[in-house]
Write a protein that binds this ligand. Structure first.
Ligand code: PLP
Length: 397
């Protein structure tokens, strides 16, 4: 008997079989085979990590710092993270028991869901949502429930909508603001209304603050800073976006000690400790890269103004993002659905954007374009998109 004949069971579990297929992946498989594509698809800074930060990691490796750290991460880094959270959000965490370094917000979200959810627990989250939210909830045995948001309310989660979707099985609310893919952010009044909703239904709140440093003009308020909310909140933060450190895989979880202890139990078995060289890099980032963050932020803002203006000028209505580095223009006036729009744009003009329905039912009729791309590249991409839209409109006449 040959080996393959003896295998009767598929390798994937029913849990994994049930996961939605990634709508983005198919797209990026196609892009990988093409030349001359300007990609506004991937949500990642075009900047390289600031040099001092890279040097700090190289130095740590040269010095032989190549071992595991504490499961929680290096104490010095946790202290710096605590200070940073206090400074930016006005929320205090004890670095000894309430902060844990993880391999990016991605891992933080996983350990939070694994630690908080029991099988069948429902998790409410605004739709459109970051693509990893539903699968992460599902892998932890939970049930993801998208709560619709719309542009009429600036894509800000409304308590009236939360009330329509909450049930006795609801265990948690998962929110990421500033939001991927819309760039929306919540106001203090929104957060206060959500806080009383959360109290009324006794929910845990998982907040994804990965874009909290990338806010244009306005103030970003952290949900954990609201009275009484710190005790119910799991705060996820990271270095990927603001410090241009996507490849380092470093983030953190901040939560009340009892909750963090549960998450550490998961983290120690799946990851042991966050990458050591990346922790050294993050220490340097928090100590000395503030100016770099501000320079990158100013450049993102310049690009943001360009793309919003250009999409609106070509008749693709574009919500003005308050944060992150995405625009989410409404492409329905072209008569194409978002998948067809993105696919034709890719093949005909070699510009990659992401179809909005990948981000949930409320994303339909939109595409997501990431403007963390060089200004001149963005100008060229926008020229190509304009040419495409003009052609599609002429065809329809
Ligand atoms: N959360 C959101 C909303 C994101 O958009 C992303 C990346 O695109 C992540 C988390 C992943 O962050 P990290 O690189 O820290 O894992």
């Amino acid at each position: 008997m040959v080996a393959s004949e003896s295998i009767r069971r598929p390798m994937s579990s029913r849990r994994v079989e049930a996961l939605p297929a990634s709508g983005i992946r198919r797209f990026f498989d196609i892009i990988a085979t093409m030349d001359d594509v300007i990609s506004l698809g991937v949500g990642e800074p075009d900047f390289v990590t600031p040099e001092r930060v890279r040097e700090a990691a190289i130095r740590s490796i040269r010095d032989g710092q190549t071992h595991y750290t504490s499961n929680f991460g290096m104490y010095e880094l946790r202290e710096l993270i605590a200070r940073d959270l206090e400074r930016r959000f006005g929320v205090s965490y004890d670095p000894a028991t309430e902060i844990m370094c993880v391999a990016g917000v991605s891992e933080g979200l996983n350990v939070a869901c694994q630690a908080v959810l029991d099988p069948g627990d429902e998790v409410l989250s605004p739709d459109p949502y970051y693509v990893a939210y539903p699968p992460t909830v599902m892998l932890a045995g939970g049930v993801f429930i998208g709560v619709p948001t719309d542009e009429a309310h600036d894509y800000r989660l409304q308590v009236a909508d939360l009330e329509r979707y909450v049930s006795p099985r609801t265990r948690a609310l998962l929110m990421g603001y500033p939001a991927n893919p819309t760039g929306a952010d919540l106001t203090r009044a929104d957060l206060e209304a959500i806080a009383s909703f959360v109290e009324r239904h006794d929910l845990i709140v998982i907040i994804d603050e990965i874009y909290a440093r990338l806010v244009y003009g306005g103030e970003h308020i952290c949900f954990a800073a609201l009275p009484g909310m710190r005790e119910r909140t799991v705060l996820l933060g990271g270095f990927s976006k603001a410090y241009a450190m996507t490849g380092w895989r470093l983030g953190y979880v901040a939560a009340p000690a009892e909750g963090l202890e549960a998450m550490m139990k998961v983290h120690q078995y799946v990851m042991m400790s966050a990458p050591t060289a990346a922790q050294y890099a993050a220490i340097e980032a928090l100590r000395s890269a503030e100016e770099d963050v501000q320079l990158m932020l100013a450049e993102y803002d310049r690009r943001r103004r360009l793309v919003v203006a250009r999409f609106n000028a070509m008749g693709l209505h574009c919500f003005e993002p308050r944060g992150a580095f995405y625009v989410f223009p409404d492409i329905s006036s072209t008569g194409l659905d978002d998948e067809t729009f993105a696919e034709r744009l890719l093949f005909e003009e070699r510009v990659a954007v992401v179809p909005g329905s990948v981000f949930g039912v409320c994303g339909a009729g939109h595409v997501r374009a990431c403007y963390a791309t060089a200004y001149e590249q963005l100008e060229e991409a926008l020229d190509r998109i304009e040419r495409f839209v003009t052609r599609v409109r002429a065809e329809a006449r």
